[in-house]
Design a protein. Structure first.
Length: 113
């Protein structure tokens, strides 16, 4: 098991309010044309949102073999729902996790949907 740390960078147009939950997930994205599989999740409750600021996080990453591709996904939910809704913030680019990246802090950008 490895501990991945990092920061979620909020856009400068983020509304000042409190997110009910920030959901950070590690997903297996190895299979082409198939849904990703969640293999780890960390929840942070009651997070104040400040435009342009960082939200620190840490998540345990299970050991994986070289044939497995892992990626980090972030959902900042304003109302706590599991499904993204308008106004929520999501990571929209692929944030690959490698044996090297797990050893250094990762920065993840999110965008309003």
């Amino acid at each position: 098991m490895n501990l991945l740390t990092g920061n979620i960078l909020l856009p400068t147009n983020t509304p000042r309010r409190t997110a009910t939950v920030v959901r950070i997930e590690i997903r297996d994205v190895s299979r082409l044309d198939a849904p990703s599989i969640r293999i780890a999740q960390e929840l942070i409750a009651g997070v104040p949102l400040v435009p342009g600021e960082l939200i620190p996080f840490s998540i345990s990453v299970p050991n994986w073999d070289a044939a497995t591709s892992l990626a980090l996904w972030v959902h900042v939910s304003l109302d706590g729902s599991r499904q993204p809704k308008p106004g929520d913030l999501l990571s929209t680019s692929r944030n690959s996790i490698t044996p090297i990246s797990v050893k250094q802090p990762m920065q993840v950008t999110v965008q309003a949907i």
